[in-house]
Design a protein around this ligand. Sequence first.
Ligand code: ZN
Length: 433
Amino acid sequence: MSVSPAAARTRRAVLVVCDSLRADLIRPDTTPTLARLAAEGCRYAAHRSVFPSTTRTASASIATGCLPRNHGLLGNAMALDEGRGLVRLSTGNADFRERLRAVTGRVLTRPTLSQRLAGAGAAGGAIVFSNASPGAAHVQDPDGYGFLYNRAGSHGPGLKALAPEEHLDTPKGIEGDARTTDRFVEEVLLERRPALSVLWLSEPDHSGHANPLGGAAHLRAVAAADACVARVLEAGERLGSGGRDVLTIVTSDHGQETTDRIIDVDGLLIEAGLKAAPDSSDVVPASQGTSALIFVAAEARHRLPAITSWLETQDWAEEIYADEALAEVGLDGGMSLALAVSLRKSRRTNEFGVPGYSDIVFEPGGLNNVGCGQHGGTGFYEQSPFLFISGGGFPTATVRETPSSCIDIAPTILRHLGLPMDGMDGRPLQDEQ
Ligand SMILES: [Zn+2]
């Protein structure tokens, strides 16, 4: 299918991400709008996240159509050497973007949708409203090709800060998502009408991390995300025939598992004589929630066989990836990353009948909640986000069983807009039967 330039100019795409919403929690009683969308649109029943299944890696994968090893944002935390040896840094902090750029000379190594659309002339640009962490927002458009709105700072082309009255300053959670959605609908969908409009909600991720999955507080957040999606769909209906060529993608970046045991990987490595001290830069584990990335400095690389043998004796280390296995799971050994570990999982159900448990990595200063939601690994439920597509020539009332992933969203959008999809790991879903 090729798209003429004239047709491409009238086309638009709308992407809504309900952070952390598991496919199995979409039901008519909990999420009436999403349940209707699932029934009436094209539902991808085997949709998966990337590894690590964290918001920031998935955000970069959704923006670039690439796996973490190719876009370079490896996790929710990474070890960087800023001149004093490897130091663990949260990639969610507002200053991480420029710290990474200072060390490596770039933020992401592949172009984002915002960049690709900025160079597309008549196809128009991208506007992203993200109520996620600053780091997850930044990787949607780290170099400032389009417009990006987030509490840490809102920018236009050239990373130019927007005027204070244009800035979007909303907190994570139900209320902040509602305010973000209100403004997104009125200003972006109905007025500015860019080629690509992206809305990233913080729920039900925000509430899921602090509450049991399927409990009242979590279900309130799930329902609130559903209500935000309803507002976006209503805007499409208000546009009437003007919305005819709109591709609407509603998805989540990953799911969540219930947290089981908390594993102090730093402490265990020190106890085993494989790491010098809590703040040492020789061996630096970076928590990804239910998984860990282990960065190893050049002078400690000789310890790798011993670290791997030790991990194999640990009952929490369910899957260990090194060398070629790292590449196969979407990571690589650049930037001192030596190993990745996905922690022990179980399919048992919690008190609210929600299945899936996983051990988590203790994170200094982190939530470290037992019995609440977490993600980051290869567990079945954290790897079961949802993907519903409507418009853009996609069939209605259809369930596709072919595997799809976060990385397929960008090429699907570009295909709809009539733009090239070169250099991506994903593929456009229009071609799938
Ligand atoms: Zn997320």
